[in-house]
Design a protein around this ligand. Structure first.
Ligand code: SAH
Ligand code: SF4
Length: 347
C-alpha cells in the first residue's frame, strides 16, 4: 500500500494516469482536486471526494492509504510552546513543536526529519542519541498536517530532531508538497531548512528547490568548530561559507545560527571574527544562548555576555537577533529534542 502523503502533485498525477485518465491534463486536474480535498478541506477518506468517479475512488481505496501519525504525548509550556511526541509505525518516536511568537501573528512549527541524528554536535541532546533512521516524506508531512489542526501554523522550520540534509530526497519532496498551492501553499520564505553544514547537500538543495536556508555556524575558527561539530572536519568553514555564498546568490539571504556557549565562543573576539567571516554574504545572525541539558558539558552564557555579543554585531550594522528560547522547562527548545527525553520529561 502506498501512502498518499508521499506524493508530490506531479507524482500523484503520474500514478493516476493509467486509471483511465489517459491525458496528462486530466490526471493533473484530478491530482489537484485530491490535494485540495486532503490538505485544504481536511478529507480523511476517498469516499468524501464526491467529485471523483466511483471507479477512481475504488482504485484509490485499494491502492493508496492515508498515513496517520500516532500522537503519544503532548505538553504545553506556560509561554505557549506546545511539544508533541509522535509514535511511528516501527514504534520509534520523534518530536515536533508549535512555537507562537510573542507579539506577531507568526506561529512556527518546528519539524523533525530523522529519528535521532548522526552529526554528534557536542551541545545538542538529539546528537547524544545518535541516528536511528531517516523519516519518510509521509512522516514529515504528517507532523505538519497534525500541527495545523491544532494551530494556524504560518512558518515551518526544519529545526527539530535530525539533520535535514542527511535526508535530502525526502526533505525535498516534503518541501515540494508544503509549497504546493493546492496543498498547504506555504511561501518559500516561510519554510526554513536548518543544517549543520553538509556542503554538497547545500548545493543540491539550492539547485532543486527554493526555500530559506539556516546554517548552524556556532564557532568562528576551524579548531573550535571541529571541537563541537564533527561535521567541520569534513567540510570546514571555508568550504561551508563558499556554499552559503553560492546559495545566497540564487535564493535569499542566509540565516547563520550561532549557539552561544559560555567561555567557549561568546567573547567579543569571537564576535569580531564572526563579522569578518560572513562579510560579503547577505545574511542575518541568530544568536541562541545554549539551552542546557544533562547531555552536555557546555553552559549558557550570562544575559550580559549575550547582549554584549549582540551589540557588537549590531554596532557593525549586522542584523543580529537573540532567539528567546521557548519551552525550556518542557525540553522543547533548540537542541533539547530527543526520543529519549520523553521518559523523564513528558508526563
Ligand atoms: N540539525 C540541524 C537542525 C536541528 S538543530 C542543525 O543543526 O542546524 C536546530 C538548531 O538548534 C541548530 O542551530 C543548533 O545549532 C541548535 N542547537 C542544538 N543544540 C542546542 C542547544 N543545546 N542549545 C541551543 N541551541 C541548540
Ligand atoms: Fe544533529 Fe543539528 Fe543536533 Fe547537530 S545540532 S546533533 S546536526 S540535530
Amino acid at each position: 500500500m502506498l501512502y498518499f502523503q508521499s506524493f508530490t502533485l506531479d507524482a500523484l498525477a503520474l500514478i493516476l494516469r493509467p486509471q483511465s485518465l489517459t491525458d496528462e491534463r486530466r490526471a493533473r486536474m484530478r491530482a489537484r482536486q485530491i490535494f485540495q480535498w486532503v490538505y485544504q478541506k481536511g478529507a480523511v477518506s476517498w469516499d468524501e471526494m464526491t467529485d471523483l468517479s466511483k471507479d477512481l475512488r475504488s482504485w484509490l481505496k485499494e491502492n493508496v492509504a492515508f498515513y496517520n501519525i500516532n500522537k503519544k504525548e503532548s505538553k504545553q509550556s506556560i509561554d505557549g510552546t506546545h511539544k508533541f511526541l509522535w509514535e511511528l509505525e516501527d514504534h520509534k518516536t520523534i518530536e515536533s513543536v508549535i512555537i507562537p511568537a510573542n507579539k506577531e501573528e507568526r506561529i512556527t512549527a518546528c519539524i523533525s526529519t530523522q529519528v535521532g541524528c548522526a552529526m554528534g554536535c557536542k551541545f545538542c541532546l538529539t546528537g547524544v542519541q545518535g541516528l536511528s533512521r531517516n523519516l519518510k516524506t509521509y512522516e514529515i508531512i504528517a507532523q505538519v498536517y497534525e500541527l495545523r489542526k491544532i494551530a494556524q501554523v504560518t512558518n515551518i522550520v526544519f529545526m527539530g530532531m535530525g539533520e535535514p540534509l542527511h535526508n535530502l530526497e525526502n526533505l525535498i519532496t516534503a518541501c515540494q508538497i508544503l509549497l504546493d498551492p493546492y496543498s498547504f501553499g506555504f511561501s518559500k520564505r516561510k519554510v526554513t531548512v536548518s543544517t549543520s553544514g553538509i556542503v554538497p547537500a547545500i548545493e543540491k538543495l539550492g539547485k532543486q528547490i527554493s526555500v530559506s536556508l539556516a546554517v548552524s555556524l556556532n564557532a568562528v575558527t576551524d579548531e573550535k568548530r571541529s571541537k563541537i561539530m564533527p561535521v567541520n572536519k569534513k567540510w570546514n568553514l571555508a568550504l561551508l561559507l563558499k556554499a552559503c555564498k553560492d546559495y545566497s546568490k540564487c535564493n535569499r539571504r542566509i540565516t547563520f545560527e550561532y549557539v552561544l556557549l559560555k567561555d567557549f565562543n561568546d567573547s567579543l573576539e569571537d564576535a569580531a571574527r564572526l563579522v569578518k567571516l560572513v562579510r560579503g554574504i547577505p545574511c542575518k545572525i541568530n544568536l541562541i544562548p545554549m539551552n542546557e541539558h544533562t547531555g552536555s558539558v557546555y553552559k549558557r552564557p550570562t544575559e550580559v555576555a549575550v547582549r554584549a555579543f549582540q551589540k557588537y554585531l549590531l554596532d557593525r550594522h549586522m542584523t543580529a537577533t537573540v532567539r528567546i528560547s521557548k519551552g525550556v522547562e518542557i525540553l522543547a527548545a533548540c537542541g533539547q529534542l530527543s526520543s529519549v527525553s520523553q521518559k523523564t520529561c513528558v508526563k
